[in-house]
Design a protein around this ligand. Structure first.
Ligand code: NAP
Ligand code: 3JM
Length: 350
């Protein structure tokens, strides 16, 4: 059987290091793993399955002999280098938002729309972390009852914004506890590295993820709206989002309100659907104070769903609390799972 050469682009990052962990446990037949990052990291060493691998600087020629390239080094790097990888025969699984809405690029959550992979032309996009976990929770309900609308508020961990954001939270939290007043906390990264102003995240909640866009929604909010419609292949679903960064290291949480289309749904039936769904775990027992928590999601590949309630006024309205490890199902695991699915469907061009 063919064994694959796999490249990780952005191997030293918050997502890239998790991709390496996911590849250590993958069912994909592996030949070589190549770790790529910027010039700054070239020559550094990382361990893969007890082997020492040296990080190489990313250049177009890095992709000679690569079968599968997992990209997670930012949109501009994907824009420049994903076509170089495809030109050399690799299939690219891209974690950035750069190609997600391109009609020629499948946007895939394997539990939801693996069939979309058949249309790939070399690049496959991994959706945004907050979208992915919401899709795992809602697809089992949509399949049976349809979805009229989705209103979501997110509570997103700082690791979604990279290693520097993780460090920023830790440094600010330590400084605040040691007596530095809030107005003197050093903030350089959050809410968004490329925006003009920065605010402390420690002991705070920031209702801005990514920069502002059309109609005063942020790009992160637009990603959730547009990606949901593309993945569920239904532009008529009404979707609106409010995305908030909170001082949690890993694990995104979401309060999701849905209205279903068909009659006949109830809380018990929705719980049954979630419990039976691939990739989802039902954690819902108020009598035992059982509900999904960000801390408990760390290191797990599944999406946890609980607090399922019928709306008090709207008979086809339901509330859910959805939690997942943003660096795993939201990024590294979904990417490696796409690679495994491509292999199972015989869609890696070798
Ligand atoms: P991070 O911790 O800041 O890591 C960035 C990575 O990119 C590092 O490995 C860095 O290498 C590499 N890099 C930066 N500039 C480069 C260059 N010029 N050439 C080659 N490599 C370069 O960020 P992260 O959180 O891992 O996220 C990386 C990207 O993944 C984000 O920008 C985003 O687009 C995407 N992402 C997607 C999701 C999702 O929801 N699917 C979640 C998180 C992130 P050095 O160490 O050498 O600087
Ligand atoms: C750039 O938590 C987050 O900030 C979302 C992850 C993220 C993305 C993304 O996946 O949409 C961080 C930084 C991007 C991007 O590529 O737009």
């Amino acid at each position: 059987m063919k064994k694959y050469n796999v490249a990780v682009v952005g191997a030293t990052g918050a997502v890239g290091t998790k991709m390496i962990e996911m590849l250590e446990a993958t069912t994909l037949p592996l030949n070589q793993v190549k770790l790529l990052a910027s010039k700054r990291s070239a020559g550094k060493e990382l361990t893969f399955k007890q082997q020492t691998l040296t990080i190489e600087e990313l250049v177009p020629e890095s992709f000679e002999d690569v079968d599968i390239a997992l990209f997670s080094a930012g949109g501009s790097i994907s824009a420049k280098f994903a076509p170089e990888a495809v030109k050399r025969g690799a299939v690219v699984i891209d974690n950035t938002s750069h190609f997600r809405m391109d009609p020629n690029v499948p946007l895939v959550v394997p539990e939801v729309n693996p069939h979309a992979l058949k249309q790939h032309q070399g690049i496959i996009a991994n959706p945004n972390c907050s979208t992915i976990q919401m899709m795992v929770a809602l697809e089992p309900i949509r399949k049976v009852y349809g979805l009229e609308r989705v209103l979501v508020s997110t509570y997103q961990a700082v690791s979604g914004a990279g290693i520097k954001a993780i460090e920023e939270l830790k440094t600010q939290a330590t400084a605040y506890i040691n007596g530095t007043p809030a107005e003197e906390l050093q903030a350089d990264i959050l809410p968004c590295g490329s925006d003009e102003k920065h605010f402390p995240i420690a002991f705070n909640a920031l209702p801005q993820i990514d920069v502002f866009s059309k109609d005063d929604y942020t790009y992160e909010e637009w990603k959730m709206v547009n990606e949901t419609k593309k993945i569920m292949e239904d532009d008529s679903i009404k979707v609106s989002a409010t995305c908030v960064r909170i001082p949690v290291l890993s694990g995104h949480s979401e309060s999701v309100y849905i209205e279903v289309k068909e009659a006949g749904a109830d809380v018990a039936k929705i719980k049954e659907l979630i419990a039976a769904a691939s990739g989802a775990v039902l954690q819902d027992d108020p009598s035992q104070q059982l509900y999904p928590q960000a801390l408990n999601s760390i290191g797990r590949k599944e999406t946890f769903v609980g607090r399922i309630r019928q709306d008090l006024d709207i008979t086809n309205g339901y509330h859910l609390w959805v939690v997942s490890d943003n660096l795993l199902k939201g990024a590294a695991w979904n990417s490696v799972q796409i690679a495994e699915t491509l292999h199972d469907m015989d869609l890696v061009r070798v």
